[in-house]
Ligand binder design. Structure first.
Ligand code: DX5
Ligand code: ZN
Length: 218
């Protein structure tokens, strides 16, 4: 397996010091950008303009997680803002394969995300249409929640199918990842780990990234 990717979520950063907060995670692999619309999830974060500002502050790839209704109406804005990967929720679309094809056609990587209550099985036959699958291990909407270990069953099913078919699809996990939980997620087959509070509530975000990466290298 390639080395684990750590994707700090800037949702948990201090927005008043965004430049410093982004600079502090220069050793990460991706920047995870959480977009919330106050409808799909009961919280509001920020939109394309802040995403564009983040993109200007870093050379890292932006992993943009759209927790919004009607994501197809917004993807162009996030692509213009500098998104490298766009992840939408399957619960928010009627045609997940159609949206994935349109994203790839526009030159970005396509990902889909499942909430804790959404089964993964209906999507297994469509994995080749995607570059990334994001498994939520908390209810989307807020940072700082507790990891739901039963979500690793979805990861195991994904890992088996991706390996059996030799697909190039990254499995990412989001929610409650910290030094206590990252090892079990890695053992289940996760490739990329979103970490919000575990990075930004740590005294030294850069050291936290290194510690998480080491703990995921099992
Ligand atoms: C939750 C977001 C997460 C969140 C992770 O809806 O998608 O990316 O910021 O935060 P932690 O790591 O604190 O659970
Ligand atoms: Zn997220």
């Amino acid at each position: 397996m390639s080395s684990p990717k750590i994707a700090p979520s800037i949702l948990n950063a201090d927005f008043g010091r965004l430049g410093e907060e982004i600079a502090a995670i220069a050793n990460a692999d991706w920047v995870h950008v959480d977009i919330m619309d106050g409808h799909f999830v009961p919280n509001l974060s920020f939109g394309p303009d802040v995403t564009a500002a983040v993109d200007k502050l870093t050379d890292l790839e932006l992993d943009v997680h759209l927790m919004i209704e009607e994501p197809e109406k917004w993807v162009e804005r996030y692509i213009d803002a500098g998104a490298d990967t766009i992840i939408f929720h399957v619960e928010a679309v009627d045609d997940h394969v159609g949206l994935a094809r349109s994203l790839r056609g526009k030159g970005v990587k396509a990902g889909f995300c499942v909430k804790p209550g959404t089964p993964i099985e209906p999507y297994l036959d469509d994995l080749a249409e995607f570059d990334e699958v994001l498994v939520m291990s908390v209810e989307p909407g807020f940072g700082g929640q507790s990891f739901m270990p039963e979500m690793l069953d979805k990861v195991r099913v994904l890992r088996e199918r991706i390996d059996a078919e030799g697909l190039d699809v990254v499995i990412e996990i989001d929610g409650g990842i910290n030094l206590e939980t990252i090892g079990q997620a890695a053992a289940a087959g996760v490739d990329a780990f979103v970490a919000g509070s575990a990075v930004y509530k740590a005294g030294d975000p850069s050291a936290a990234v290194e510690e998480l990466r080491a703990a995921a290298s099992v």
